[in-house]
Design a binder for this molecule. Sequence first.
Ligand code: S3P
Length: 179
Amino acid sequence: MNGPSTDALVLVGLRGAGKSTVGRRVAGLLGRPFVDLDCVVEGNAGATIRSLFAEQGELAFRDLEATALTETLRLVPGAVVATGGGVVLRAENRAALKGTFVVYLSGSPGVLAARVASDPGTADGRPALVEGGWLAEASQLLAVRDPLYREVACAVVDVQRPLSEVLEAVLAAVKATPR
Ligand code: S3P
């Protein structure tokens, strides 16, 4: 697990974990700026993530994601940052996250896949990364990424409960950690 925090509060986890929803709410409660890293990528590129993947490929997206992460951490002090689910894949990103307070929003593949499937915005707006549907994708990605999420995390919060409890758990983790 990651060490104590500096400035940014960064949410990591798989698609469907609620990073953007939780991040926006936590930022509001803490009176801190909220940044959605996928939106920064889209803004910088002037293209949607879906079209970036389709036209330039995943590697180009990952380069933009890495730049967006370092830019955000440098330019938005104290931000609450919702990351894309694959941000932990690159060692350079994991190194950049080491200085921040990272919360891993964790859930089982079944629960996360069901959430994605029931949210047309998420299901349609993002490229599929694995063939075979959302459950196959969540299972395969989690097998690779769960250890990486845990490597960078200062706290792990189970998202398989009501949003109010998830928010409380994130806030409690932030408060419990000396700055
Ligand atoms: C990705 C997750 C997406 C987005 C991109 C890649 C991933 O973000 O960054 O499609 O590799 O898991 P969300 O986790 O917000 O869906």
